[in-house]
Design a protein around this ligand. Structure first.
Ligand SMILES: O=C(O)C(=O)C[C@]1(C(=O)O)C=C[C@@H](O)C=C1
Length: 206
C-alpha cells in the first residue's frame, strides 16, 4: 500500500517549488523591464531628435516638386558639402563628435533622396505635369532646411550625452514609427535613423 500522506506532501512540495520558481521568474522579468525603462530626460531627448528628423524629412516632397519642375538633379553634392561644412564647424564649436554629426547628416541627405526618387518615379508613371506654384528651392526650401541644421546639432549633442543610458535603443525602436513618418513605408526613416541606432550599439546599450 502507498503512503498517501507522504505522496501528498511530495506533490505539494513540487507545487511549492514550481510556485517559487515562477515568482522568481516574474520578479526577474519585472526587474529587467524596470531596468530598461529610460528616464524622462532620455525620453525627451530622443523624442526631440525624432521630431526634428521627421520635420526635415517632411520637407523632401517640396524639394521633389521644385526639382520636378526645374529638372534639376535630385543629387546635389555641392549643397551637401556646404551643409557638412557648417555641421563640422558647429561640431567643433559645441564639442559634438564630428564624425557622428557628419554621418548623421549624410544619412538625412540619403533619406531625403529616397523620398524624392520615389515621388519622381510615381510622377513619371502618372505623367504628372509641372506643379502649379511649387515652393522655390533656393528662396523657400533650403532656408527651411538651414534653420533645422542648428536645431538638429543641438539635439545631437543632447543625444550623445544620453546614448549610453539604459534602454535608449529600445526606446528609439519603440517610438521611431510614431514620431517619424516618411510617406514611403519606413525606408527613408530607417536610413535617417541608422546612425542613431549605431551610436547606441557602440555604447553597448541593448
Ligand atoms: O537641397 C537639395 O537640393 C536637396 O535635395 C536636399 C538635400 C538635403 O537633404 O539637404 C538632399 C539631397 C541633395 O543631395 C542635397 C541636399
Amino acid at each position: 500500500m502507498m503512503d498517501t500522506s507522504r505522496t501528498i506532501s511530495l506533490a505539494s512540495l513540487r507545487v511549492m517549488l514550481c510556485a517559487i520558481l515562477l515568482v522568481a521568474l516574474a520578479l526577474g522579468v519585472g526587474y529587467q523591464a524596470r531596468a530598461a525603462e529610460p528616464s524622462n530626460d532620455v525620453r525627451q531627448t530622443v523624442d526631440q531628435l525624432l521630431r526634428l528628423v521627421d520635420e526635415r524629412l517632411a520637407i523632401a516632397p517640396d524639394v521633389a516638386k521644385a526639382k520636378w519642375n526645374s529638372g534639376a538633379p535630385i543629387d546635389a553634392p555641392a549643397r551637401e558639402a556646404q551643409i557638412l561644412e557648417r555641421v563640422v564647424a558647429e561640431a567643433t564649436r559645441a564639442g559634438i563628435n564630428e564624425a557622428f554629426a557628419q554621418t548623421f547628416f549624410k544619412h538625412q541627405f540619403e533619406a531625403s533622396k529616397v523620398i524624392q526618387h520615389r515621388l519622381h518615379e510615381q510622377w513619371r508613371q502618372t505623367e504628372q505635369p509641372p506643379f502649379e506654384s511649387p515652393p522655390d528651392l533656393a528662396e523657400d526650401i533650403r532656408p527651411q532646411l538651414d534653420q533645422l541644421t542648428p536645431q538638429l546639432m543641438a539635439s545631437l549633442r543632447d543625444f550623445e550625452r544620453v546614448a549610453e543610458s539604459e534602454g535608449v535603443k529600445q526606446y528609439l525602436e519603440n517610438n521611431a514609427e510614431t514620431l517619424v513618418s516618411d510617406g514611403v513605408g519606413g525606408v527613408a526613416r530607417e536610413e535617417a535613423l541608422r546612425p542613431l541606432y549605431e551610436a547606441t550599439d557602440t555604447a553597448g546599450v541593448q
